[in-house]
Design a protein around this ligand. Structure first.
Ligand code: URA
Length: 261
């Protein structure tokens, strides 16, 4: 209803109604909003165009929806070198983890090494330094590698399933893994290792589509066109040191594979 009241009186009446306990305003005539179609403008039955306001223009056309996994696949396949892949990751804006991370954690070690290790995701130390496996788990990994004569600086190349730290080190979500997997596949193709070592369940799930590290560990399998050896994650070994015996068996398995090739 068009009001003939001056604004001060209208406000006073409204305040009075609020004091009486009115919590909702309704119109004089009922309007069945369920009967409105999606295309009908949702306006008051009494609304008349206000000549002081510019006419409402049509909403801008919606930007076409992008599929982040497809975008990732395009960006990853376009990268012709490891440096280009790192740059493509740095420009990739579809993964929310990036916004909470301090640094992109791309890789460490010797590109082109015979062994490529795939971990899960950066933790706090890795996020701070921008390098994978530099915290306590990483130090244990270095000692494990040294025990079979391998070193990060010369004979292994290391990356993670995810290049950004998940908040509070939570497990990566399936949607994050799916989105970033094309980058990992390209990473392996460009690094050209002879064998892959998967550290823990998350990398097994990503690369092999299977979990159950206790059963998978120490068994060579094939993925991404390469021999793949799943192993216990060093962070798990820090919590369960009695499992180091099995990790040692797996390291010897890796050493034997490298010797036979
Ligand atoms: N754990 C991982 O899986 N990766 C890292 O880089 C550090 C800890």
């Amino acid at each position: 209803m068009e009001s003939a009241l001056d604004p001060h009186t209208a406000l006073a009446l409204l305040q009075w109604q609020v004091e009486l306990g009115v919590s909702e305003t309704i119109m004089d005539a009922p309007l069945d909003r369920y009967a409105l179609t999606d295309t009908e403008p949702r306006q008051s039955v009494h609304a008349t165009p206000d000549p002081r306001r510019p006419a409402m223009s049509a909403p801008p056309p919606k930007a076409p929806e992008v599929d982040p996994a497809q975008e990732a696949a395009h960006a990853a396949h376009a990268a012709a070198s490891l440096d280009a892949l790192r740059a493509a990751l740095a420009e990739f804006e579809h993964c929310d983890l990036k916004r909470g991370a301090r640094n992109l954690v791309f890789a460490d070690g010797a590109p082109g090494a015979r062994v490529m290790i795939i971990g899960e995701a950066p933790g706090r130390d890795e996020d701070r330094e921008g390098r994978p496996f530099v915290g306590r788990a990483g130090q244990l990994l270095d000692r494990m590698l040294a025990a079979i004569g391998l070193s990060r600086s010369e004979s292994v190349y290391i990356t993670n399933v995810l290049p950004w730290r998940p908040p509070q080190n939570r497990d990566p979500l399936p949607v994050e893994i799916g989105m970033m997997k094309p980058f990992l596949e390209r990473h392996v193709a460009l690094a050209k290792p002879e064998v892959l070592v998967l550290m823990g369940n998350i990398s097994c799930e990503t690369v092999l589509g299977r979990r159950g590290i206790t059963r998978l560990r120490g068994q060579w399998t094939q993925a991404m066109g390469l021999p793949v050896l799943p192993m216990f994650h060093p962070a798990y070994l820090l919590r369960q040191p009695q499992m180091k015996r099995q990790a040692w068996v797996d390291l010897l398995e890796l050493q034997a594979k490298l010797r036979e090739a």
